[in-house]
Design a protein around this ligand. Structure first.
Ligand code: NAD
Ligand code: DAU
Length: 375
């Protein structure tokens, strides 16, 4: 068993730390280890938002570097200057629909960008005189690399063969293989996690759950792709962060761990549930109708009336489900949030944080939505 870093000794480079899961992870980690050293490297693409790191930016031991993971010399410089021994790699192009419209950026960031990080880590941690041992490169991946399941198929396990269907999933699969190859060939100390759909605070409103919440608040249609019977396995983002933390502390070099919530929902049921939660929230608090006068429930209509069936996503995966028994058995992982609790927290967070999401709904967002539904 390889020597491991204790959490207090870990000095982290968090790539993509201004994105949805990366920012949640930074908050989670700093809460657990307030004295720890953490550097975020983020290119601040449309999905990156420094506001998601509010409260951390001025803390001692927290540093933000704006830059591309493809800038290998910059990564090497950060590893050297901050004496970093751990990389937690979130940075990616993450939206399946965007990968269908325009795959190039997905190959650039998800494949070449991951390779740039691996190259930098190898150079600084393995090849430089003295090197940095122990170290850890943790790669954040997705259940989408396994492809799609039929209704009766068993959930994805770590040994399920890869069968990625979208350009996004294919680019993530390629990055997983590169991580594996760097461990096998050069002895870089890597781990990988493949997680199911996350939801929670700081989620960019192009993804189903935040999009539906904000569209209800603006009285806009709720687009359901195809028949809405596709199934996703939803996990509260803090529970994903907890799983990553456990892998950093106890995970075995070269291993992959699936993380999931045992929480399968059809898209249509999820959307109906969010409609109900917002109807109830508006009924309980009359100030919401003043703050969001265009919302369906502010106008005496059930939010569900906004549901609108639209053309299906090309190549749409029908069902994802994760078998998370390995991380449970080997690392003691159990999600801490029930779905009822997590989704309520999420809806409340969006109701209370219009200051966070309002600035995101500018021209670029409107253009993307328009392009998306133009067919
Ligand atoms: P996100 O799109 O919200 O954030 C991605 C972040 O990466 C942004 O801050 C962006 O600015 C940054 N970034 C993009 N390209 C970059 C580049 N070239 N250099 C530096 N930074 C760059 O994504 P997310 O939903 O937080 O996903 C994070 C990771 O988790 C991704 O690797 C994704 O594949 C994986 N994942 C996501 C989910 C999910 O449900 N969202 C589930 C499983 C796995
Ligand atoms: O499974 C993990 C993956 O989950 C991550 O790797 C991806 O980064 C993340 O984006 C997510 O991918 P999905 O494609 O499952 O998430 P999205 O929120 O885009 O869509 C969820 C489901 O809802 C999917 O079946 C498509 C459907 N959908 C989505 C949108 C945006 C709709 O029906 N209408 C919509 O407007």
């Amino acid at each position: 068993m390889a020597e491991k870093l204790m959490p207090a000794e870990m000095r982290l480079l968090v790539t993509g730390g201004a994105g949805f899961i990366g920012a949640n992870f930074c908050h989670y980690w700093r809460q657990r280890f307030p004295q720890g050293h953490l550097v975020v490297l983020d290119a601040l693409t449309y999905a990156g938002n420094q506001a998601s790191l509010a409260g951390l930016m001025n803390q001692a031991g927290f540093h933000f570097a704006e830059g591309d993971i493809n800038d290998t010399p910059l990564v090497e410089k950060l590893l050297h200057e901050h004496k970093l021994n751990t990389i937690v790699h979130f940075a990616a192009e993450s939206h399946v629909d965007r990968s269908i419209h325009d795959p190039d950026a997905f190959l650039h960031t998800n494949i070449l960008g991951t390779h740039s990080l691996l190259r930098a880590a190898r150079k600084v941690w393995l090849d430089a005189p003295g090197g940095v041992i122990p170290h850890r490169f943790h790669h954040i991946s997705t259940d989408e690399v396994y492809g799609t399941l039929g209704p009766q198929d068993p959930p994805f396990r770590e040994d399920t063969p890869y069968a990625p269907n979208s350009p996004y999933a294919a680019s993530k699969a390629a990055s997983d293989h590169l991580v594996r190859a760097y461990q096998h060939t050069y002895g870089l100390r890597t781990t990988t996690s493949n997680c199911s759909n996350n939801y929670g605070p700081y989620h960019f409103p192009e993804k189903l759950i935040p999009l539906v919440i904000l569209n209800i608040l603006h009285g806009r249609p709720l687009p359901i792709y195809g028949d809405g019977q596709q199934v996703r396995d939803w996990l509260f983002v803090e529970d994903h962060c907890q799983g990553i933390g456990l892998i950093l502390e106890r995970g075995e070099e070269g291993e992959s761990y699936n993380i999931g919530g045992h929480n399968e929902w059809t898209n249509l049921d999820i959307v109906r549930l969010i409609c109900e939660l917002l109807d109830t929230a508006f009924a309980a608090d009359s100030s919401l109708a003043q703050r969001f006068p265009h919302a369906a429930p502010a106008q005496g209509k059930a939010a569900e009336r906004l549901i609108s069936y639209v053309k299906d996503r090309p190549g749409h995966d029908r069902r994802y489900a994760i078998d998370a028994s390995k991380i449970g058995r080997e690392l003691g992982y159990t999600p801490q949030h029930s779905f009822a609790e997590g989704i309520r927290k999420t809806v409340d967070w969006y109701l209370q944080h219009s200051d966070w999401w309002q600035p995101l709904l500018g021209d670029a967002y409107a253009q993307w939505v328009q392009k998306q539904y133009a067919g």
